[in-house]
Design a protein around this ligand. Structure first.
Ligand code: CP3
Length: 368
């Protein structure tokens, strides 16, 4: 395909099609230093869901566009990604997108419904449903690649984190048809029809790799794999039904040479296995201390986390005390063998969070 060919309403840019030859070095980035196990000049801090509904400037843009429109518009992706950087002074930007964007781009009919999450028109339940999922072609996410190209030049010395959903978390939305408490249809397929399950996971792993590869080619400085709902599984089931697929994501992308983070919620029992998948950084939620997490992952793994997002709603004295406790816990974690610490929440910023509290928290963490 020629790079100037029109695809739908989006012009296919160069970014998705032409391999990037040089990646930025950013030797002074505290985030990249900590993620690579080097000593950062200060404790790096960024927040999952830092771009989003906690920001009035985000809500103003979203009032004029649906979530899906925003996710397929290079200018909006660029602007929304930059909003928290301007406001908070965080040490990394995370690309504004969603884990279901590559699925939508590959032709699966779905929407992101406000206050609900991703909803799938035709849930995946049979082998025929799995076989109908088409591979993701880079030009189908050309706006994402174009936004990455724009961002890398706009961000100066702030690194850009690309991301994707891990195969299990994507499968849980596709099989359930939407958000779910118990992931019962997903686990029933996994345990009862394991051939169908592994076929689905193999297909989704390919989609995840293609989405991340596109972002890497366009120039992201790091990647994070979100397996948000993997914590619903036992360690034994995680190892049998999920780990081989998530490991393939990391092993395939390793040669890009960027730090790779593996994150999930409620994953205390899975942290070791999630590290084994091939990540240089493991994300930890607030249920597990960073010191304990350090003993569960292999030595040399950096940790990211783990302030409870709800703490940000409890008033500044509580925020300050809890943030100091996280930094102290992280120092003990490093003494216990962790390669470094990146301050974050244990899950995403809640929509009701006062953005000024986030700005103040960044300044506090930088002062510690
Ligand atoms: O700032 C950032 O972290 C980057 C943007 C980002 C979004 N989704 C934007 C978004 C990232 C990294 C994600 C990942 C994502 N999406 C995950 C993994 C991380 C996690 O939170 O566990 C998951 C499970 C999803 C699926 C999804 N999309 C959910 C659960 C929701 C929230 C539903 C709701 O409205 O409460 C979405 C929608 C979504 N993704 C919003 C944003 C900013 C809200 C959209 C809006 O209404 O404006």
């Amino acid at each position: 395909m020629r790079p100037d060919r029109e695809l739908g309403r989006y012009r296919v840019g160069m970014a998705a099609l032409e391999p990037m030859t040089t990646r930025r070095e950013l030797p002074d980035s505290p985030y990249l230093a900590a993620a690579r196990g080097r000593k950062p000049s200060r404790v790096p801090v960024w927040f999952m869901r830092q771009a989003g509904r906690s920001l009035p400037e985000y809500r103003a843009l979203r009032a004029k566009n649906t979530m899906m429109q925003a996710c397929f518009d290079a200018e909006l992706i660029t602007e929304i990604t930059l909003q928290p950087i301007r406001r908070h002074g965080v040490d990394a930007a995370i690309l504004f997108s969603d884990i279901v964007v590559p699925l939508r781009a590959a032709g699966i009919e779905l929407d992101i419904v406000p206050d609900v999450g991703p909803v799938i028109d035709h849930p995946v339940r049979t082998v025929a449903d799995v076989n109908a999922i088409k591979p993701l072609e880079p030009q189908q996410v050309a706006p994402v690649a174009d936004a990455v190209t724009n961002l890398v030049s706009e961000l100066g010395d702030v690194p850009l984190i690309g991301f994707a959903g891990a195969p299990f978390t994507l499968a849980s939305y596709l099989v359930e048809g939407g958000p779910s408490r118990n992931h019962e249809r997903t686990k029933a397929m996994m345990l009862g029809e394991s051939d169908t399950w592994h076929a689905l996971m193999t297909t989704l792993t390919d989609v995840t790799i293609a989405f991340l590869q596109t972002q890497l080619t366009a120039g992201v400085d790091a990647i994070q794999l979100f397996d948000s709902w993997a914590g619903t599984l036992s360690l034994a089931d995680y190892r049998t039904y999920v780990l081989p697929h998530s490991s393939r994501v990391f092993s395939t992308l390793k040669d890009a040479g960027v730090p790779m983070t593996h994150f999930g919620v409620g994953t205390a029992e899975l942290l070791g296995a999630m590290g084994e998948a091939g990540a240089s950084v493991v994300g930890v939620d607030w249920r597990t201390s960073l010191t304990d997490a350090a003993t569960r992952v292999a030595p040399g793994t950096a940790l990211q986390g783990n302030l409870d997002p709800v703490v940000l709603l409890a008033g500044w004295p509580v925020v300050e005390r809890a943030a100091r406790a996280v930094v102290e816990d992280a120092r003990r974690a490093v003494d216990a063998g962790a390669a470094g610490h990146i301050f974050n929440l244990g899950h995403g910023v809640l929509p009701g969070t006062d953005p000024d509290v986030i700005t103040e928290l960044v300044a506090l963490v930088h002062s510690l």
